[in-house]
Design a protein around this ligand. Structure first.
Ligand code: ADP
Length: 479
């Protein structure tokens, strides 16, 4: 069991009142760690430290900030195996996926180590011979980063690395289910030579920590990944000080399979997209739409592929699907299955909780395929965040696009077709921030990730990812 401390003002500390909370393994219910439960005063101290550290960090030459990020990157890769095992223990995903997440997390650090050196301003021709116009891009200030449990490492680096590259300082609040990976990453950042107070990590009760971060005017920016509900709350509350805000919220990804698709690739693609992280990613396929003429052939192969998936503890060999994060997640997923069944859906495989033997101790749901799904069902409207794949039919391109776009979300969408023209037409008409054409796993550090509509605002990753942490200043010189 790991007994962890928080990282505030460059020291590792308990909470002011000594209270802690437990972190559990979602596959077994075992306690794997204990972390401080931050008080309001602890959080204020973290904000103060970030505020104090800001001028010096922002004033460093970009190359110096970049050097720290490179050193962090190398350390993350050196510790890939330990970090992956810790991640699987507290989060549940299969070890192979956890290793992949650590590599992916490291890519953000590498990318922003590079981008730190390319924060260019520009000059503009003035309207008078005695004036000169210069446009500067400067760090926004203290950033509050609030991260979710589904990617305990990558969501941390995707926010912290560009913030540091831009010259911002950070108070990070990781999800209460998965603080251990975030704290381990912070240790490596300390070893990489980050000055005290530039990043602070506080763990504890979300509402309490969130309140302090929202109320303190020294926090200039909130960057959040999580539910649409909490994102809307933060957006409303951030209005009080007009804090800058970036939101990566829920998704409800349509996965379109056209009659000219390579069906084997489509089956593999859906399985990869839907069941990765037990269905707990915001870009997981949520609505599988198949063209009528290939529907039966697709469903038969898809069901076979789903039957072959192995569910178990993420540290066991050969496991494809781990547990869901907690009991509430199991209830939500099974509730959607029951609702769909009551409204006429057919359960082709799965549809129940796994309770026998070792499964009984964890939050395991059998991988599930639902057919005859329609728009009245919760599973077709609300984010599932679990291993349930609802399938429905479409007739032609226009029908596919209309059905895909009928959602309040707009994060990721997928298109399987071998037709180049069709791929272009459909990709252009989808109201989504990310489109995977014959690609079920589009997330990479160098591309802008983010959603349309209620899926969020702003982008993370890519060239755009650093913009979220920069302000623009225009300086007019009279000469
Ligand atoms: P999920 O449903 O995926 O758990 P949440 O939106 O509840 O998503 O959580 C994402 C992150 O937001 C976590 O770090 C969580 O602790 C945090 N969070 C939840 N509620 C609040 C809040 N009221 N204020 C600040 N952070 C919050």
């Amino acid at each position: 069991m790991r007994k962890e401390k928080m990282w505030v003002a460059g020291s590792w500390c308990a909470s002011e009142d000594g209270r802690t909370f437990a972190v559990t393994d979602p596959a077994t219910g075992e306690v794997v760690g204990e972390v401080p439960d931050a008080t309001e005063a602890d959080v204020r101290r973290a904000v103060e430290a970030a505020h104090q550290a800001f001028p010096e960090w922002a004033g460093l030459p970009a190359r110096k900030r970049s050097d720290v990020l490179y050193a962090w990157y190398r350390r993350i890769l050196d510790h890939q195996e330990d970090l992956a095992r810790l991640l699987t223990r507290e989060q549940g995903k299969p070890l192979a996926e956890a290793r992949g997440e650590i590599a992916y997390a490291a890519q953000f650090v590498l990318w922003y180590a590079e981008e730190a050196n390319r924060v260019y301003g520009y000059t503009v021709p003035a309207s008078s011979p005695t004036k000169r116009i210069q446009v500067l891009r400067q760090p926004v200030g203290v950033v509050a980063a609030i991260t979710p449990w589904n990617f305990p490492a990558a969501m941390v680096t995707r926010k912290v690395a560009p913030a540091l590259a831009a010259g911002c300082t950070v108070v990070l609040k990781p999800a209460e289910q998965t603080p251990l990976t975030a704290l381990a990453l912070a240790r490596l950042l300390e070893e990489a030579g980050l000055p005290a107070g530039v990043v602070n990590v506080v763990t504890g009760e979300p509402k309490r920590i969130g309140r302090v971060l929202l109320d303190d005017p020294r926090v200039r920016k909130i960057t959040f990944t999580g539910s649409t509900e909490v994102g809307k709350y933060l957006m409303r509350e951030a209005a009080a000080h007009v804090k800058r805000i970036s939101l990566e919220l829920g998704g409800h990804a349509p996965f379109l399979i056209f009659d000219d698709a390579d069906l084997d690739a489509a089956v593999k693609g859906v399985v990869a997209s839907k069941f990765r992280n037990a269905g707990q990613t915001c870009i997981c396929a949520n609505r599988i739409l198949v063209q009528r003429s290939v529907y039966d052939a697709f469903v038969a192969r898809f069901v076979d592929a789903v039957r072959a998936l192995k569910v178990g503890h993420g540290l066991e060999d050969g496991v494809d699907i781990g547990p869901l994060v907690d009991e509430a997640a199991v209830e939500k997923v099974l509730g959607q299955v029951a609702d769909a069944r009551a409204k006429g859906a057919e359960v082709l495989v799965g549809g129940y909780r796994l309770t026998e033997g070792a499964y009984g101790r964890g939050h395991f749901v059998a991988p599930t395929v639902l057919a005859n799904v329609n728009e009245t069902m919760a599973v077709w409207q609300e984010e599932t965040f679990g291993p349930v794949a609802p399938v429905a039919v479409f007739d032609d391109e226009a029908d596919a696009i209309a059905k895909a776009n009928r959602s309040r979300y707009g994060l990721a969408a997928y298109v399987y077709t071998q037709g180049l023209s069709r791929a272009m037409r459909v990709a252009e008409q989808l109201e989504y921030g990310i489109v995977g054409v014959n690609d079920p796993v589009p997330s990479v550090a160098q591309a802008p990730f983010g959603g349309w509509k209620e899926s969020g605002m702003g982008r993370e990753g890519g060239r755009e990812g650093i913009d979220a942490f920069l302000e623009t200043k225009y300086v007019s010189f009279g000469i």
